[in-house]
Structures are given as structure tokens and as C-alpha cells.
Write a protein that binds this ligand. Structure first.
Ligand code: K7E
Ligand code: CUA
Length: 660
């Protein structure tokens, strides 16, 4: 039955139930079990549900065994993890370990491969055990999500991670030593040639020291284009480049597409170049940074910049950087004023327009890419900024503005020419028509909406249908859990079905592990994830059969000097070998292959006192390395309830003390 049919029959039931109050003497009141529509009416009454509630339930309820039509990939904020959530059911399916150790997946907890990935993300060699994930970006082919990879940024310690959607495993983290914080990232170019990462808080490039008194001269921003090699599944730092920016606070960024392909755009705030220093007689940073009515949108010709980087860049902290003056001389960078303290910058699906939300403005401002190009071609500049960057005239670069309400931030798109802009202060979503620049309707959210995401809404082919509002405050929406409250994801139906053509709020999903900022929604059938690792012995990080794969029957322990190699297998319900004897101070290398090929036949492998827990999905090979520096008897056991004899899937790791 399709939704319409369900709704019709439900509405019928409601009419039957609600229009005819039960009269004394009906079976319901005589104590017999109510049936059919009466049953439903009773349930609604007992649970205090309105007709709108029931409609919302019918639009989201997903019976056991049924799958979701879309997947939402959401930032996990401070957790440094990535959330995978089904839409419309809003069931959480996975927390993907990215910037932080994750015990269940064995990520950074004994498994050598994932520890090496985490180490790539150490800041100047120092372990970082949290992340500030903001913007996930799915890989694209011709401007559409292809379902192969997802990239995420860490704002605090500027990093980008690459997650392979074959197994939802983080395979690479790159750390930017050029900048000290990012925000305009991760965003991909339409064929995922580059992953964009733009700085937020200006600092001397490459980690140098300069006093704030030298802010104007020595502090800088930068937009980095990390080259992604799809065949190698990796970002190639040597083939990446950056463009030096003036020391404004660069903010959200987006790639051009179709008409505007080859260009990238980012907002800026603090073109006042305030530095704060309230105890030193300066205005507070936030008031110093919001004096100007306009800041500057940065307009970047990345395709040309990729060529210029080959000959006219200089290497800073391992990154090829195009100096600001070169960027100006080569026509790689232009500014256009944008109102006021802007935040979101979103390119329309056809690539023609750029929508900017000004936090302290009531409009969405729509810039025309064609007008911008015409102004650049005619060299029609109204001024230059203090660093010599040409500034295009605002009035001639825009197609128009649409009055939306208080605090416009981010904009998402559907496939019918509509835009949806979050209004932070008003705590609403405003739907408006892009072509006509006309407000259509608003819907309230609870509360303080930040980003919002529509199904494939930032691609060349948005799907409409669903929108998720990502709200910062929950206040009264959930049971109290103390002063630190969850964030609130609200699912909104965009179809207008069974709601008079209007948007309808369907569901609240509390997020209790950090502040997610942005998300992406992809058609679920685009994800072609593996069920198992095949062939047996596949390494999850290299995606190749490990040279240390252990075959059944070839399990053994080999000693060379003080290095002990344990070739071990796991299969229901035993490890072979199940007793391992080493001597205090030995270096132990456990090469562990899960021989299972049955779907979901996952084992775990934990060793007491050594902080080891590996996740062994079917067919996976894992390398575990440690020094047996503590003598004693250490049970090792399987940490997944894999079979009836799971508890017996155990053994002993014996470390014999050194002879005195
Ligand atoms: Cu929170 Cu995109 Cu980092 Cu807006 S950002 S809300
Ligand atoms: Cu294997 Cu439990």
C-alpha cells in the first residue's frame, strides 16, 4: 500500500473513530476488546495523539525488517565520529570512528592499522583524542553523489579524513600544518578532484610565531585544495595546493557546479581584522568583528590555480602555496561584498546562483555567477581591499535579495526550484522560490536551527522529499538528562502530502554525543557496501589481502630473538592458538585472521591489561603489536556474542617473568 492509500484508510478510521463518540452499550464500553477503528481511536486517546501526529507516524514508521530509502551522514561533532542514520525512520545505524578511538570497532584500540591512521592525525606528533567535526562531504561524480567515499573535517586541529563507504572505515587522515583551524571544509569539487579545506582563524602560515600586533602583516588565511586520487583511495598531499588569503576569518565554502564548475567560493567574517584583547584596551573580538555592513565573498578560480601552483607556488609546511600577490596577478582571487557577518554560502543546483545568509541580515542574498564573470571579464572593480584584491560592485553582482527573517544561516535545495534557509534567531526554516525570489512558507523548529540538509540537496540533482533541521538547543523536547542536553535533529516532510501541501514536522531524534554541524542525505541504493571481507585475509585499511593472512591449519607461533609472531585464526567458537606463551619484554605481533565468511559472523579479540580490543568482521585480517612488558596471566577472549559457545571462545596469554 502506498502512503496515500495508508493515509486514506487511516483518515477513514479517524473519521469513524472521532466523529462517533462511543455510546453506552457499545462493545467497547462493555469491557470487550475494541477492534478496528475504535482500537485506533483508543490508542490515540490513550497516548494523546492528534491526527497530525498519526500522519507523521505513518510517514516515518518503518516496520521491522524494512529498510530506509535514504541515509543521513551526520557529523558527530566533538566525538570526532560520523553518524549514519536511516531516513525517514531516523534509526541510528552506525557511529563511524574517524578522529577518535572507538572501542567497539577496535579503532585505535590494539589494531595496528587503525592506530596508524589515527597517528596521521596527531598534531605535530601529539596525540589528539577529540575532534570538532563540522561538514561531511560525499564524493561526487559529475556533481552527483556516487556513494563511494565521504570526507569530513576537524575544525579544531585542521584535518581531513577519508572514509571508504565499502566498509565505512576511515582509511586516511591528513593534517594541515599550514593553518591552525579550518571551517570551510570538507567540500568536494564536482568530480571529487579536490577536497576543499579553508582556514577560519587567521594565524601565521606554517605554524610560525608572530605577535598579534603584527596581525595585518603576518597573519593569513588559506584555502587548501587536497588532491584526491580515487584509484588510490587517498589524498595526495604532494599534489595538493593552497592559496594564501588575507587575514579575515574565512567561513563556509562551496564548489561551483555546471555553469560555475572550476570555481570555488567562500564567505568571510571579520574583514575588520579585529583581534580581541579586552584586557589590553581593545574591543571584544565579536564586536570588533561586526562593525562593517559588508564582508567579502572570496571567488576563486581553482582550475586555473591548479595550473599556477605548478610553477608559481612556494612550499610552506609541506604544502604548495600560491602567494596572495600571485593569486591577484593571475586572476585567481576576487572579492564581492556580502551582507552582514555572513555564514552559509550555497551554490544552487544549476550552478548559476550563490546564496549567502547574513547572520545579522534578514535576507538571503542571491549572487549571479554569470554577472560575476561578466564583471571580472570587464575588469569592473569598485575598489581593492588593503591587500590589493579586486572587489566587484555588490549591486551589479547580485540577482536579488529575498527577505526571509531573522538570522539566516544555511540553505538547501529541492528538485523543484525551492530553497530552504535556516533562520537561527527565528528558529524556523524558510522555504522560498529561487527563480522568483519569493518566500513560500515557514515552519518552526525546536530550537535554534543551524545547518539543514535536504536529500541530495547540494548536488546537481536534489531529490526533495525530506529535510533534516539540525538544532542546537533541545530545551523541553526530551526527558531531562542534566544540564548538558542533546542536540535535536528534526525530520521535515517537504512533499506536502496529507498536510495541505505544506511542510510537516515528522520526528525528533536526540543526538547525545556532540554537536553535529552539517550532514548529507544520499539515496540508500547508491551505497554498495560489502557484507563481508573477501577474500579471507583482507586488511580493512589497505583493502588488500594481508601478506600475513593465516590459513586454517597453518596457525603457529614463531620466535626470532625477543620477537614473537603469533599466527592466529578465529572461527566459531575458538581462537587457534588459544594459549600463547611469551616472556616478559618480548615484542608480540599477533597476526589474526577471521576465517568466517558468514554475514555478520563478527568476533572480537580482547587481551586483559594491554588495552586491546580488535573487531574481527567476517574475513577480516588484523595486526596487533605490543610489548609484553607486564608479566602475569592474561585471559584473552572474544568480545562479540557470536555463538552458543561464545563464552568459551577464550584462552590465555601467559607472560613469564624475567629471571632475576
Ligand atoms: Cu555550525 Cu557549518 Cu561549522 Cu553553521 S557551521 S551551524
Ligand atoms: Cu567469537 Cu564470541
Amino acid at each position: 500500500m502506498n502512503l496515500r492509500a495508508i493515509l486514506v484508510s487511516c483518515a477513514l478510521a479517524l473519521v469513524l473513530a472521532c466523529d462517533k463518540p462511543q455510546s453506552p452499550g457499545t462493545p467497547q464500553s462493555s469491557g470487550a476488546a475494541p477492534t478496528g477503528s475504535a482500537n485506533l481511536a483508543k490508542l490515540m486517546k490513550d497516548r494523546n495523539l492528534s491526527e497530525a501526529d498519526v500522519t507523521a507516524a505513518l510517514k516515518t514508521y518503518t516496520p521491522s525488517g524494512r529498510r530506509d530509502e535514504y541515509l543521513l551522514f551526520a557529523s558527530g561533532g566533538h566525538s570526532g565520529q560520523l553518524l549514519v542514520i536511516g531516513v525517514p525512520s531516523m534509526r541510528i545505524l552506525k557511529y563511524v570512528a574517524v578522529f577518535t578511538p572507538e572501542p567497539w570497532q577496535g579503532y585505535g584500540v590494539g589494531d595496528k592499522g587503525s592506530q596508524e591512521v589515527l597517528k596521521e592525525g596527531y598534531r605535530h606528533g601529539k596525540p589528539i583524542t577529540w575532534g570538532d567535526m563540522h561538514h561531511p562531504a560525499l564524493s561526487e561524480t559529475k556533481g552527483e553523489y556516487d556513494g563511494e567515499f565521504i570526507f569530513v573535517n576537524d575544525k579544531a586541529n585542521p584535518r581531513i579524513a577519508v572514509i571508504n563507504l565499502k566498509d565505512f572505515v576511515t582509511e586516511q587522515i591528513v593534517e594541515s600544518k599550514l593553518i591552525e583551524a579550518d571551517h570551510g571544509g570538507a567540500f568536494v569539487t564536482p568530480n571529487t578532484e579536490y577536497v576543499i579545506e579553508t582556514s577560519q582563524y587567521a594565524a601565521p602560515l606554517g605554524g610560525a610565531y608572530a605577535d598579534l600586533k603584527e596581525y595585518n602583516e603576518k597573519y593569513r588565511g588559506a584555502m587548501t585544495f587536497w588532491r584526491f586520487d580515487r584509484a588510490k583511495r587517498r589524498i595526495i598531499p604532494e599534489e595538493s595546493f593552497a592559496i594564501e588569503f588575507p587575514p579575515y576569518m574565512q567561513d563556509l565554502a562551496d564548489s561551483g557546479k555546471l555553469t560555475s564548475d572550476g570555481w570555488a567560493f567562500c564567505n568571510s567574517i571579520n574583514t575588520e581584522r579585529a583581534t580581541g584583547g579586552v584586557l589590553e584596551g581593545n574591543p571584544p573580538l565579536e564586536s570588533g568583528a561586526s562593525q562593517n555592513d559588508m564582508d567579502y565573498m572570496h571567488i576563486v578560480n581553482w582550475r586555473k590555480a591548479a595550473e599556477v601552483a605548478k610553477t608559481k607556488s612556494k612550499v610552506i609546511a609541506g604544502m604548495r602555496v600560491i602567494p596572495l600577490q600571485v593569486a591577484i596577478d593571475e586572476g585567481l582571487l576576487y572579492f564581492v561584498p556580502e551582507p552582514k557577518s555572513p555564514h552559509g554560502l550555497d551554490v544552487t543546483p544549476d550552478g548559476e546562483d550563490l546564496v549567502v545568509g547574513g547572520k545579522l541580515d534578514t535576507h538571503a542574498t542571491v549572487f549571479s555567477f554569470k554577472k560575476i564573470q561578466a564583471l571580472i571579464a570587464a575588469k569592473k572593480f569598485e575598489a581593492k581591499d588593503p591587500y590589493g584584491v579586486p572587489i566587484l560592485p555588490f549591486a551589479e553582482a547580485i540577482r536579488g535579495q529575498v527577505e526571509l527573517g531573522l538570522g539566516p544561516l544555511h540553505t538547501a535545495f529541492d528538485g523543484d526550484g525551492n530553497a530552504y534557509t535556516s533562520l537561527f534567531i527565528e528558529t524556523k526554516v524558510a522555504k522560498w522560490n529561487v527563480k522568483e525570489l519569493k518566500l513560500v512558507e515557514k515552519i518552526s523548529t525546536q530550537y535554534n536551527i543551524g545547518h539543514l540538509v535536504a536529500a541530495e540537496g547540494d548536488t546537481v540533482a536534489p531529490k526533495g522529499k525530506y529535510l533534516v533541521a539540525m538544532n542546537k538547543w533541545a530545551l523541553d523536547r526530551f526527558n531531562s538528562v542534566g544540564p548538558l542536553l542533546p542536540q535535536n535533529f528534526q525530520l521535515i516532510d517537504l512533499t506536502g502530502e496529507a498536510n495541505g501541501g505544506k511542510m510537516q514536522l515528522l520526528y525528533d531524534l536526540p543526538i547525545g554525543l556532540g554537536e553535529p554541524h552539517n550532514a548529507q542525505i544520499i539515496k540508500a541504493d547508491k551505497i554498495k557496501a560489502w557484507d563481508i571481507y573477501k577474500p579471507v585475509g583482507l586488511d580493512a585499511i589497505t583493502k588488500e589481502k594481508s601478506p600475513f593472512t593465516v590459513e586454517g591449519g597453518k596457525e603457529r607461533v614463531e620466535r626470532k630473538g625477543n620477537v614473537v609472531d603469533v599466527y592466529m585464526t578465529a572461527i566459531r567458537s575458538h581462537f587457534t592458538p588459544d594459549v600463547v606463551r611469551v616472556k616478559e619484554g618480548d615484542k608480540v605481533r599477533i597476526h589474526l585472521t577471521n576465517l568466517e565468511q558468514a554475514h555478520d559472523a563478527t568476533h572480537g579479540f580482547a587481551v586483559n591489561s594491554y588495552n586491546i580490543n580488535a573487531s574481527l568482521e567476517p574475513g577480516k585480517h588484523t595486526e596487533i603489536e605490543f610489548t609484553a612488558d607486564r608479566p602475569g596471566v592474561f585471559p584473552m577472549y572474544c568480545t562479540e556474542f557470536c555463538s552458543a559457545l561464545h563464552l568459551e571462545m577464550a584462552g590465555y596469554f601467559l607472560v613469564e617473568p624475567k629471571k632475576k
